[in-house]
Each structure stands twice: as C-alpha cells, then as structure tokens.
Design a protein around this ligand. Structure first.
Ligand code: SF4
Length: 289
C-alpha cells in the first residue's frame, strides 16, 4: 500500500521543537517504524564531525549549555503522558497520521551534535534505563545515534552498558571506505581508521547497526572503488561479532542540508550497494530514500 502524504510529510519533518520542551521531541520515524522520542543533548550544536549533509546550521552557534538531567526526565514524562492520553494526536504534525503509525517505539539519543561528547552522557543513559523500566509496558528500545568518535572512552562504554542492558542499540555512522571520501563527506579531526577501530571494538560488547549516508557532493558520487572499500569495512565489523551485528541502513538526503551541492542518490544506487553487501555477508540491509 502507498504511504500517505501526511505520513511522508511527518517522516521528513524532524523538527526538534515540541510545545515548550527544550531537550525532548517526538518524531514519526521510518527507521524506528513508529513514534520515536528524540533527545537532543547538543543544544550547543557541538560535534566531532562536520558532515556536508548535516541539517544543523553551525554558522549560527547554539547557546552554551548545561545538560539538566531532571529537566530531560520531566520532558520525557510529559511527552509519554501526552502519548498515553491521546496518542499525541493533539500535535498538529501528527493529527492526520493513522494511530497505528504512531505507536511508541523508542527513545533515541540524537540531535544537533554528537551525544557522547557531553560529560553527563553516562548519567543520561542511567536515567533512560530507569524511564525504560518505568514504562516497561511499551517495550521501549533505547537507541544511541553516534558518529562513533568516542566509543573507545570508558565513561561512554559505562553509559552504553546502561543503554543496552534491556533493549538497546547503537546506530553507528559509517559513510566511507577511504579516508579521502570520509574527509570529503564527514570532515573530522579524527581518521576513518579510528572510527573503524572503535566500531570493531564496540561490537564485541554492544549490539550495533551500521547507518550509511550516500549522497553526491559538488557533483561527485562515491566511486566503485570507494564502495568496495566501504563493503570491506562493513565485513570486518561483521566478522568481529556477527551476533551483535544488527544490520545496515542505507539512506540518502531527504531534508534540507546546511551546505549547498549535496544531492541524493537514486534508489538503484543504494540497491546495488545492498546487493554487494549481501553477496559477502548474511545481514539485513534496509534502504531509506
Ligand atoms: S555527525 Fe550528525 S550531527 Fe554531527 S555533523 Fe554529522 S550529521 Fe551533523
């Protein structure tokens, strides 16, 4: 069945504003397959990547911030309370969406920067485990969406132990096979080999899903050599611990990017990559266009 226009509009609208909340916002997420409660830990927009496809405009700096865990918890309860009373149907963006498509699925640490960079990361994960336990009737998943730069830090791993204790996942970004394309697309003081090592070590302990963005930048598409190198990286991660490898998500640009000249790739491009991955390893690959 065709997806409805309100549903498509909701997928492409990932506004981080809801009522008077500062940290917590609801989105209808294709990847979560329902309602996802997002937590933006980076009002300051700080990130260890500067991806060309990022939606966050860092020309306008974010306010200095102190992460207020009690305030985040309060905002979470407010949204879940609203969900329990009317399925968030009072939220204009969701009013046209069928109730079956706005079932609560997860709480995701994602936002205007890299969540693991905040010093309160461990305490936030601990609080989320409590929230997950308090609302156990929903079987909520806890998800960290990360660029993986800090997965090697002890305090981050401590947080991830809370986050993945019941039903938690790390969605790790891997957009390149070569350092050259990595620096073109992700722009970072870190090297790709550091990211690779962090993911390979993290998968020994935690469930990981690889998320890869494919786009053209300044008229250049990733080459076939680039794709081969990327697949090799995915394979190496998989073979470290197949049990913890949850799958691959391939996606492209759907929302306005902060930089110009970043264009989406056709679905066939991603289908080709999916086939190449599945030729090498028996993993689930999903495509989002
Ligand atoms: S890692 Fe995420 S938040 Fe950071 S620049 Fe890239 S897309 Fe933006």
């Amino acid at each position: 069945m065709e997806d409805s226009k309100p549903l498509k509009d909701a997928w492409s609208d990932h506004s981080r504003l809801w009522e008077n909340n500062i940290w917590v916002y609801p989105v209808i997420s294709r990847r979560a397959e329902g309602l996802s409660i997002g937590i933006n830990l980076n009002l300051d927009k700080i990130c260890s990547f500067d991806c060309v496809y990022c939606q966050v405009d860092r020309k306008i700096p974010g306010p200095p911030q102190r992460v207020d865990i009690a305030a985040i918890q309060k905002e979470l309860k407010l949204i879940i309370g609203e969900y329990e009373s009317n399925g968030l149907a009072s939220f204009t963006n969701f009013s046209q969406i069928d109730a079956s498509k706005r079932q609560i699925k997860d709480i995701a640490l994602s936002g205007d920067g890299e969540p693991t960079m905040i010093k309160e990361f461990t305490a936030v994960c601990k609080m989320l485990l409590e929230v997950q336990e308090n609302y156990s009737q929903y079987n909520l998943k806890l998800t960290l969406i990360t660029n993986s730069t800090l997965l090697n830090q002890k305090r981050v791993q401590e947080g991830l132990r809370y986050l993945t204790q019941k039903n938690g996942e790390i969605w790790a970004k891997l957009d390149a096979g070569s350092e050259e394309w990595f620096q073109k697309i992700n722009i970072s003081p870190y090297h790709l080999k550091h990211i690779q090592k962090n993911i390979e070590e993290a998968i020994l302990q935690f469930p990981i899903r690889i998320q890869s963005m494919w786009c053209s930048y300044n008229g250049e598409l990733p080459s076939s050599t680039e794709i081969d190198l990327y697949i090799n990286r995915v394979q190496n991660i998989y073979f470290k611990n197949p049990k913890n490898f949850l799958g691959v998500q391939l996606y492209t640009v759907v929302r306005q990017t902060a930089r110009p000249n970043v264009l989406s790739v056709p679905k066939e491009f991603m289908e080709h990559i999916a086939q190449l991955i599945q030729k090498e390893i028996p993993v689930n690959v999903k495509i989002y266009e």
